[in-house]
Structure formats: C-alpha cells, structure tokens
Design a protein. Structure first.
Lengths: 265, 989
C-alpha cells in the first residue's frame, strides 16, 4: 500500500517545461486550484539536478510542440530524456507515483516507451482543434475514478493512435484503455464524428503501471471552467430561464482532483 | 563524409493517401496508384556505422516507423521518385533539431562545417510520364526556397539510393568593406538608389530605395566630411530612412496639413480622447513602443499590435506568413520590458481560389507568380504553424476575396500581450538602455536571409546563392527565447531595455535603442553567423528571424548568459551603448561605420506631398425580378466574403492557455463569430474582447465612408459581443497602393480624416498602427503583355476591449425557440459596393452602385450604449452585428448557428429602405439583431425606448426560415442555409 504517501497535505507536482512545451502554466493552475503544490521545472534544470525527482509525487508532461514536432512529435524531447534521465524516470514510476502525459506529453511518453503504441498524423492530414466525447470503462486508475463519460477539447496534428494487434489485446486484458472516442453530447451538439483523427480502436488515452500512468490526446486543463465548453452559452441560457446561476467548473478538473485526492486519502 | 538516413512509415500513412488524391487532381496524363512518403536525413559529418545506426534509431518510432541507413529502404515498387529539400541557406528547422538530437545522443557536438539536412521523398507508383513527375514535383515545392530532384525508379536502384549531395552554402570570398564614391552624376546616384551599390564583382546589390533627393543629401553630408561613405554606411541609411521604418507618407506634410497625417489625425485623435476621458483614460503606452498597451485591471496591462507581411507572402506564402506571425509576436515580447503573447489574430485578403490565370514577374515569363490557391494554402499553413507551435491561441480573424488581391495578397497578423503593470515595483512599460550597458543579441544566427527585405535581386534567383530574400520562421527558437525572457529574465531585472529585430535587422534595432543612451558601438565580427563569408553590411542589415536586441548592465551579464545557456538560447555581446552621439560599427577593430545619430535619424529630406481629389461614379446592377430573393441569399452565403471559414478556425489552436470564452466558431451550426472573448488571467473574471472591421470594396466608391464603416463595424462587433465603449481601443492598418499617385493620396487623406472623426466621436483611441503603402503588382500575363494590378485601398480596424465579467459575453446564434427577434438601428438604401451588388454585378466594378453605407455617429452611440445596458442586465439571449450581406445574411447566420428556424417580417423596420433588396441586403451600419426571452421583453423595450428598433419576428422550433415584406421574399430551411454557408469552406478540406 501507499505507505510513504500517507497523509500528504499538499501533493507535489512536477510539471516539465522547455523546448516548445507550452501548456505548463494552465496545467500548473489546474493542479493548484485543486490543492496540489505544482512547480514548473525546465528539463535542463532537471538534467542538472535529477535528485529533484525525489521531491515529487506527480509528474506531468504537458501539451505543446516540443522541438516543433521536428523529426516526429515528441521524439526529440523523449530522446533528450532517454539520454540523460532514463534511470531516474524508471525509478520515479517504480515508486507509488502518478504520471500524466497530455497531447504532446502523451506523444513524449509513448516515445519514451513508458506507454505502448505511437501517435501519427491525423487521418485528415490537418491539425484539428475541436471538442470530443470520451468514455472509459476502467475504474482501477486513480486518474479516472468516478468518470464514465467526459467531454474535452483536442488540438493536435499527430493524434492518431496506432498499436500492434497483440499489444492491443494485452492492453485490453490489462484494462489499460483509459479513454475511447464516442458519440456524446458534444458530437450531437455540433454534429461531429466521434473519432476525430482515425485513431485505432477509437483510442484517445491509455494507462500503464497499473493505472498510475495516464497518456491522453485531449486536454483536461482546457476544460477547467464551464465557459470552456463550446455549448456553454446555450446551457447558460437554459439555466438562466430556470432562475439558476451560471455554473463555474468544467469537466476536466476531475482528473486533477483525482490525482491530488490519491495522495491525500 | 555524407550519409543518408531514410525513415519509412510501417503503418498506413494518411499523408500519402491525401497526396495521391491531390496528385490525380493535377493536370497529369497518367494515374497515381500509390505513394510512399519517406523522411530523409542527410548527414554531412564523419559518423561511424555504429554512430549512424544509433542516430537512425532516434528518428524512427519502432511502432510506426522503420529507419534505414546505407542503402535505399525496401518499399513497394514505384515508377518515379521526387525529393523535395531546401535550397542552400534556407532555414532548415528539422535539420537543426535532428543535428541537436544526434549531438546529444553521441555526446559529439557538430562542427561549423558539419550539418544535417532534411528532405522528403515521394515514391510514386502508377503509369506516369516524365512530365507527369515534373508537374507533381512543381505542386510539391516552391522553387524560390526549395529544390526538387526527380528520378526514375531504376536510377535509384542503380545508385542504391539518392546521390550524396548537401545544399551547403558556399560564398565567394569578397572584400569585406568597400568605399562608395558619391561624386557622381545624378543619373548614377539614381541608379545606386534604385538598383543598389555595385560590388567589386560589378553586380548591383539590390535596391536601397533612396530617391535622388535623399542621395544628394547623403552626397552633401559626406562631402562635408571629406570622405566617401562605406557600403555599410549607405546600406544602414537606406534601412533607417526606408518607408518601412520612417513612414514618410504619414509623417510628411501633405497639402495644407503641415504636421502630416499621423500627427494631425491619428495621434491627435488619441490625445484628445485621453484628455476627454480624464481619470477614466485607460491608455498606458501608445504609439511609442512596439505595441500599444491599455489597462486590464489594477495589476495587469494588455497590449495589441497588428502587422502586415504582404510582399514576402506573395513570393513564399508559407515562409512569409509564418515570419509575419512570429515577427509580430516579437513586437509583444518587445513591448515595455516584455509582454507575454496571449492571443494571435489574422486577416487575409486573397484572389479567388479558382483563379488560374498565370502571372509572371518578368517579361521572359520565367518567374511565374503562385496562383491564389497556392498562396491561400501556404499563408493559412504559415499562420497555423507559427501560432500553434508557439502555444499562442489564434482566436480572431477574417478572410476577404477580391480579384485585385491576386497580384499581391494582404496578410495581416496581430498579437495581444499580457504584462504586469509593475515589475518589482517599477512601471513595466518604461525601459531605457543606459550608457555602458552591453548590446546583447539573443536568438538565432545571422544569414543572408531577407537582405533588402523581399526585393528580388538576381543573386536571390540563383539557386547556388544563399541570399534567398525570403525567410522561414523558426517558432521553437523563438519560443525558447520568449519563455527565457518573459518568464525568467524579465522579473530578475537582467536587462534595462529590449526591442525586436525586424525590418532592417540590427541596423534598425541597435540604432533605435541607441537613441535611449545617445549612441552605440558594435563589433560586427562578434555577431554569430549561420555560415562563413557574409560581408559586414550583410550582417548589419540581415533580417534573419528570431532575434531580439537587449541592453544588459555589465554586472548582470554573467547571470543573463548562464540563464540563456541553460534554456538553450544563444546570447552574445555585440557591443556597448554609449553617449557619443554616434552609431559606430567596427570590423576587427577597424572603424567601418561612423554615423552621427542626428543624421541617421533626422537627416532624411522631408518631401511635401500633394493630393488630388477624384470621384468615381458607377452604374447600379440589374435587380432581380419578382418577389423572391431566396436564390440570391443562398448565392451570397456561398460567397467567400460572406460564408464561413471553419476550415481555418478549426486548424488554428484557439484554446491553448485555457483562456477561451467566446470561440472563433459558435453554436450548433458552427458559424464564425465577429467578436471573440478570452480570459487572460485565469483567477480573474476580467475578459478581453477582440474584433475587426474591414471593407476593401467600399474604397471603390469613397474611402472616407469606407474608413467610417470599418471603425463602426469593429466597435459594433465588440459591443454586440459584450464589450463596452468605455473601455475599447482600436488599431489602424493601412494597406494602400501606388501611394505617390495624387489620387491615391487624396483617398488616403479622406480615410485618415474619417479615422479622426469617428475615433474621437466614439471615444475609442488608436493605440497602435502600421502602414504598407505600395501594394501594387507590375508584371506580365502569359502573352508577355504588361499588367499592373493594384489592391483596393484597404483599412483594417482592429478593436480590443476589456470586459468586467466574462460571464456576460453573448454569442451571435439563436438560442431558444419562442424568443423574440429585434433589429436595432436603421436600414437605408445603402447597397453600393455591398456583397449583394457585387454578386449582381458579376465581378465587374462598373455596376456596384454609388449609395454606400454612411455612419450616423450620434444615433449609433445611443444604440450601442443601450445594447451595452441590455447585455449587462442579461436581457439578451443572442446578439449578432450586421455586416457584409446585411439583414438577411445576419438572420441566416443566427438561425443556422442555433439550428433553429425563424419567421421574420421586415415591413416596418426602421430607416428609409424602400425596396425589398435594400431591406434584405443593404449594409447600413449601426445595426444589430438580438433575441430576447418573452419574460424579458418589457425590460428590454424600456431600455430601447429612445433608439430606432423593431420587433421583426420569432425564433422557431422547426427548421423553416422565412422573411416577408409585402410578400414572402425568403422561404427556405435552416439545413439548406447551413449547407450553403459552409459550402465555400468545404472546398479546402
């Protein structure tokens, strides 16, 4: 059990930055708004002082465009980590820690081999920014507790998840499919197709290390507020006519709450 | 030693499938059946076989890719191979990253003479001829920046791969600095001004764009000094005195306006508005800096700046556009002590995508212009990569199409910034290079990029030469720089001043900052270059991207240098700021430029401008018979100037930074919004609202009213979305043509007068502006006949406003069946140059009418203030500002946006509009359609008591859409409206 993490007041979150990662600030805001203590750490500072790892309970690979996707999304950043921090990273995930890779972060941790599969060019060939509906059938992951359906935004050019057949079978067996694209309220609202990028088996996010490591293309940190939703104006109008106040929170906040709760309980 | 690494996808490749279709749409005889896309890394460095395979492993994800070294990869049989790579000296971002990865992996830094070059191989299967392959290769590359290698499969087999060559830059050794005698005839001086200094090789170096008058002033200046100028001195003067830097047309006296247009109308408007606002003045830093800054709240300031990058985008659409957007980002980073870019905006004016009439730059028809479709695709992609890679949401934008933009497109790019009002207790917008501070350049290295801007010298056309006048931006180099400066160095007070390296490169940025201290001395050889062999003058004026110039106190230098190093940012000391009153440049200790600041900045001769009014009269088009206008409405919705452009909005990341409130696309029907709202500070409810107004076609009738409409529209769009006249600022971007033509000057004067009248009238100050005065194309058609195409005079007005509470923002689409539809404002017979008349005129300029919209300031102010109140009291469910296409198009958008029908009667709408055509399609300004829930009607109508408004209909649950006057004029269904509205956008997918 989680001996070393008993009764932590403020779980410490390390949010990596540098070389074109660009969602670190909103990711920090997300963790802190639910009671985490988050630091943005430039990868070069971590390379200079790998001992930093020991201070943290949660590691976040935020979204962005590390190295501008040159030589393939996530590759260059992953190579840099492999070259300098491979051992420390292994040690970190072997502890009772949590890791999340969002969008470019997901691309990085697949290239790191932390999670299976790869992310390649969208089937449409273009970068897409839109919202998607997701469902999860897993309940073992601390990240996903209480989530069945959730709608989040995506913004990527290389988000088509591909994986070998045997690996996929094994993942299913292990219950490592975190999120799959499905038709839900957003797709109904804007009449969009469920799977935006042609991902195999409609996979939007996956798990590793018994659910402690989560990689996903959608951006929960861009769905922290009610007004982030594409349909908030209509929903708000409905609320007004019922004499209700505008909602504050967005669905994405749940993942960050879950992560912080994991160490607090 | 040169070796190649081939990376081949092992899973189905969507890029290849899309390409196959597009190739088969080209004008080829054969048929493409399959394509393999291979990424190729050509390494020019002696690596051992083991090191090579270790490097190859870096570039292939085993799950999806396969890397091959030594020989050509095993792929399905193909008939032709096309390799596309860069020309020598063109920024190769992927190549640089690949080199970094290899160096890091092998722990082996690359020498200056070593490099990695990226290229992409297209192995094409199918029955194809040589000429087919050539056509395909042309569709894949732009000869100005890229090279293509086309080979039959058997040749590749014979060679066991591609030839081992690299696009290395080799420059002839030349005398670093030459003296230029100006004791010459006027003809010779004119020649130097027009074609440039002729080097030892006898080749002219490209235009200085200095007229005889200026050349004579320079001649006299050096006669007084009893010496000849050096080439770097002349080039430096040419940059500092250029229209681009000095804006002479706005600065110089014109007619009886002795202080010039800018001082008399633009700046004066802002000054008087600020005076009138008194303690409510929200301007903090206007016109003086790289961007304009206004108050957000007690802690923060927001900045805005809009630039244009037209000529470069005409030559290399992708490179021009990406350089434009990352360039204007630097204007934000260079505001005050450094603002953080929080939103990008864009505006594109293109020729029609279907237009395939060829244009050539030269009489021999060797330099073909890219057709509008190629320009459109490239420009859109440039802003896509520039914005997306930088983590800046691209939230606001527009697209316009006109035949006259096919010779020269307009590419507007803007950036909004956020900066604390105080940094460590000091005002953040105040900066000054101090005497003794080091001149420090951060960011990329210097190449021959963008020398003489985008003027096309014969050198630039020679593929073996590096002097491509076009630059390609490198967003990641800049992102590293931006983060290191804005998020770290700034708050540690490691520098005293900062500015962007834009037009004119160091020659302008250093000279500008030197004003703060009173002088500067630079050692040119200390500036890092991309390759050896550049002359000092080239290094001095090069516009290589991703560079900023800072003044760093000597005692802070080590801390600054270490920080930059640890962030992977190149930073070097190139000189020192002084109070010598001179801008001095040394080359290996030898003085090569010795220029008094006074002459450099104020020596430029002032020429008096004279304008001459003219009037254009048009016929009205033939008006459709009968009562129905359904066909016309649907045709309008299919127009690029009216229909949606979701294909752009959805490929631009508009949600990064988690600030999104009102998005570029809104409602079930995903209509483009005319105003967008972001929440720049996540723990505050303050919002920033952005909007634009632009009417190029109106200039064909009258530029005064064109400008008035642009301002009114930008303001109205903002207010309709939840903005407030009390806290709204505007920016002007003038894109004019042949500006020394007296008639064009008269049109300019009229437009600028309107800017003053309406800015002051609405109390919306100008905080920043820019002009691009010569958007003319002179070239040849396919028969070699000369053609000149000038753009319609275009004024973009961008608005930026602050909202107290983002939850009050209102989107344009209908929300609820049963809501009542109102039109606010008056509709008149103002169809001149409207989208409707242009449609009826079928592209001819003769029949666009004369009665264009006029702006009634006093009426509109009352309307906007009433609307503000109604929105603040949350009485309004939807609010849509009426612009191009008029009332019927506005109703159509609101309807398909909410996927709800409506029944509307326009019999009694306010105003003098008589015909059904005017009621439906007139573009009268000052109008908004809003919907109101039944329970709010009384309160709403009370607020509207004294302003022109009418209840015109009801939102329906079913999908029927009808507009009636005396008789039914529009009768269709919402789904049909939606299909037509998105039709134009669909062709780009």
């Amino acid at each position: 059990m989680k001996k070393e993490t008993l009764k932590i007041k403020k779980p410490c979150v390390m949010i990596l930055s540098g070389y074109g990662i660009n969602c670190e600030e909103e990711t920090k805001f997300a963790f802190e708004s639910v009671g985490g203590a988050a630091d943005i750490i430039h990868i070069n500072d971590l390379i200079d002082d790998p001992a930093l790892f020991s201070k943290y309970h949660i590691l976040a690979f935020p979204g962005g465009f590390s190295y501008g996707d040159d030589t393939g999304s996530g590759k260059a950043f992953a190579n840099k980590m492999k070259n300098h921090l491979g051992k420390e990273l292994k040690e970190f995930v072997s502890r009772d820690t949590l890791v999340i890779g969002i969008c470019n972060g997901f691309q990085i941790i697949t290239n790191l081999g932390l999670l299976p599969g790869a992310l390649v060019h969208n089937k449409g060939g273009l970068y897409i920014d839109r919202w998607v509906d997701l469902e999860t059938k897993e309940n073992k992951s601390p990240w996903l507790s209480g989530i069945e359906k959730i709608s989040l935004p995506i913004a990527h050019g290389e988000g088509r998840y591909v994986v070998g057949t045997d690996e996929y079978k094994a993942m299913k067996k292990r219950g490592d499919i975190a999120f799959s694209y499905t038709k839900g309220e957003i797709c109904d609202y804007q009449n969009l197709e469920a799977n935006p990028n042609g991902a195999m088996h409609d996979i939007a996010g996956i798990l590793g290390y018994n659910g402690r490591v989560l990689g996903l293309m959608p951006h929960p940190e861009r769905a922290l507020f009610f007004h982030h939703r594409p349909d908030w104006q209509l929903r708000n109008e409905v609320l007004k006519r019922k004499g209700k106040k505008m909602e504050k929170e967005g669905a994405g906040i749940v993942l960050f709450k879950n992560a912080v709760k994991y160490f607090k309980k | 030693m040169i070796s190649r690494i081939y990376v081949t996808p092992t899973v189905s490749d969507s890029r290849a499938e899309i390409l196959a279709t597009s190739f088969n749409n080209l004008d080829i005889k054969g048929k493409v059946t399959h394509i393999s896309v291979i990424d190729c890394y050509t390494i020019d460095a002696p690596l051992s076989p083991t090191d090579l395979s270790a490097s190859a492993a870096l570039f292939a994800n085993p799950v999806a890719e396969n890397a091959t070294v030594g020989g050509f990869p095993k792929i399905p049989p193909f008939s032709y191979l096309v390799e596309i790579g860069y020309l020598p000296g063109v920024t190769d971002n992927v190549g640089h990253t690949a080199m970094e990865e290899i160096a890091d992996k092998l722990g082996r830094p690359f020498k200056d003479t070593e490099a990695v070059y990226v290229s992409r191989l297209f192995c094409i299967s199918g029955e194809l001829s040589e000429s087919d392959a050539k056509i395909i290769s042309l569709s894949l590359h732009n000869p100005l920046i890229e090279r293509a290698y086309v080979a039959k499969a058997d040749l590749i087999k014979k060679q066991n791969g591609l030839p081992l060559v690299v696009p290395q830059v080799i420059l002839p050794t030349k005398t670093p600095v030459i003296k230029v005698s100006l004791d010459l005839s006027d003809e010779e001086l004119i020649k130097i001004g027009k074609e440039g200094i002729s080097g030892p090789d006898g080749i002219r170096r490209g235009p200085l764009a200095l007229d005889l008058e200026s050349m004579k002033v320079i001649q006299a200046f050096f006669r007084k000094l009893k010496r000849d100028p050096t080439d770097i001195e002349l080039e430096s003067l040419a940059q500092t005195w250029s229209e681009h830097c000095k804006h002479t047309i706005f600065a110089n006296s014109i007619d009886d306006i002795k202080d010039g247009l800018y001082k008399t109308y633009i700046k004066a408007a802002t000054n008087i508005i600020r005076k009138n606002k008194g303690k409510d003045d929200f301007c903090v830093s206007v016109f003086s800096d790289n961007a304009g800054g206004i108050v957000l709240d007690k802690d923060f300031m927001v900045t805005h700046k809009v630039e244009t990058h037209n000529s470069p985008s005409a030559l290399d659409p992708f490179g021009g556009a990406i350089t434009g957007i990352v360039g204007v980002n630097r204007d934000t980073i260079g505001f005050g002590l450094g603002a953080k870019p929080i939103a990008n905006t864009y505006g594109f004016c293109f020729g029609y995508p279907g237009d395939v009439r060829p244009l050539y730059r030269d009489k021999n028809l060797t330099q073909k212009m890219l057709p509008p479709r190629r320009i459109i695709d490239g420009v859109i992609k440039g802003v896509n990569v520039g914005g997306n890679c930088s983590g800046i949401p691209t939230v606001s934008g527009f697209v316009r199409y006109d035949d006259r933009f096919r010779g020269k497109p307009l590419v507007f790019v803007g950036t909004v910034g956020l900066i604390p009002r105080k940094i460590n207790g000091k005002l953040s917008h105040e900066k000054s290079a101090r005497i003794g501070d080091l001149i420090v350049v951060v960011g990329g290295r210097v190449g021959a990029d963008g020398i003489h801007g985008a003027t096309f010298s014969s050198v630039a056309m020679d593929s073996s030469s590096p002097a491509t006048a076009v630059q390609i931006g490198d967003p990641i180099t800049q992102k590293k720089l931006s983060d290191a400066i804005i998020k770290e160095a700034r708050n540690r007070e490691l520098y005293t001043s900062i500015t962007d390296n834009g037009a004119g490169g160091l020659s302008c940025s250093v000279a500008e900052m030197a004003k703060e201290s009173g002088g500067a001395v630079v050692d040119i050889e200390s500036i890092p270059t991309k390759y050896p062999g550049l002359s000092p003058w080239e290094i001095w004026i090069s516009e290589s991207q991703e560079r900023m110039t800072l003044s760093v106190p000597k005692k802070k230098w080590n801390e600054f240098k270490n920080l930059m190093e640890s962030r992977g940012v190149l930073a070097v000391v190139i000189g020192e700021f002084t109070d010598s009153g001179k801008c001095i440049v040394r080359h290996n200790g030898k003085m090569i430029m010795d220029m008094p600041m006074e002459f450099l900045h104020n020596g430029l001769p002032v020429r008096h401008l004279i304008s001459e009014k003219s009037k254009s009269v048009h016929k009205d088009p033939k008006i459709p018979r009968g009562d129905s206008r359904t066909k016309e409405l649907l045709a309008l919705l299919r127009e690029g100037n009216v229909g949606g452009f979701s294909f752009i909005s959805e490929q631009y990341d508009h949600e990064v930074q988690a600030t999104s409130v009102i998005k570029p696309l809104s409602g079930k029907g995903r209509i483009n919004t005319d105003a967008q709202v972001i929440r720049p500070v996540l723990d505050s409810t303050k919002g920033v609202i952005l909007s634009e107004g632009v009417y190029p076609s109106y200039s064909d009738i009258d530029t005064y009213h064109m400008a008035a409409c642009a301002i009114d529209t930008a303001i109205r769009n903002a207010v309709a979305g939840g903005g407030s006249l009390k806290h709204l600022a505007i920016l002007d971007n003038f894109c004019w043509c042949s500006s020394y033509d007296k008639k064009r000057l008269a049109e300019l004067v009229a437009a600028v007068r309107a800017c003053y009248d309406y800015a002051v009238g609405y109390g919306t100050p100008f905080i920043s502006g820019k002009d691009s005065m010569f958007n003319d194309f002179r070239g040849y058609d396919e028969k070699g006949n000369l053609i000149a195409i000038s753009i319609p005079p275009t004024l973009l007005i961008s608005a930026i406003g602050v909202m107290k509470d983002i939850s009050k923002a209102v989107s344009p689409e209908f929300k609820m069946a049963g809501d009542i539809i109102y039109v606010l404002g008056e509709t008149h017979d103002e169809l001149g140059a409207s989208e409707y008349y242009k449609l009826l005129a079928k592209g001819t300029l003769e029949d666009i009418g004369n009665s264009m919209p006029r702006v009634d300031l006093q009426k509109n102010i009352k309307i906007y203030q009433a609307l503000e109140k109604a929105i603040d009291k949350e009485l309004i469910a939807s609010s849509l500002s009426l612009t191009s296409g008029g009332l019927s198009v506005g109703l159509a958008k609101a309807s398909l946006g909410g996927m709800l029908g409506c029944t509307v009667n326009v019999k009694n709408i306010p105003g003098t509009a008589s015909s059904i055509d005017a009621k439906l399609f007139s573009e009268s300004q000052g109008r908004i359609i809003v919907t109101v829930a039944k329970k709010n009607i009384r309160a709403f109508e009370k607020l509207m008591r004294n302003i022109p408004h009418a209840k015109i209909g009801t939102v329906l649950r079913n999908k029927s859409f009808t507009i009636t006057d005396e008789k039914k004029a529009i009768d269709t269904m919402v789904d049909i409206l939606a299909k037509n509205y998105h039709n134009f956008s669909r062709q780009f997918k």
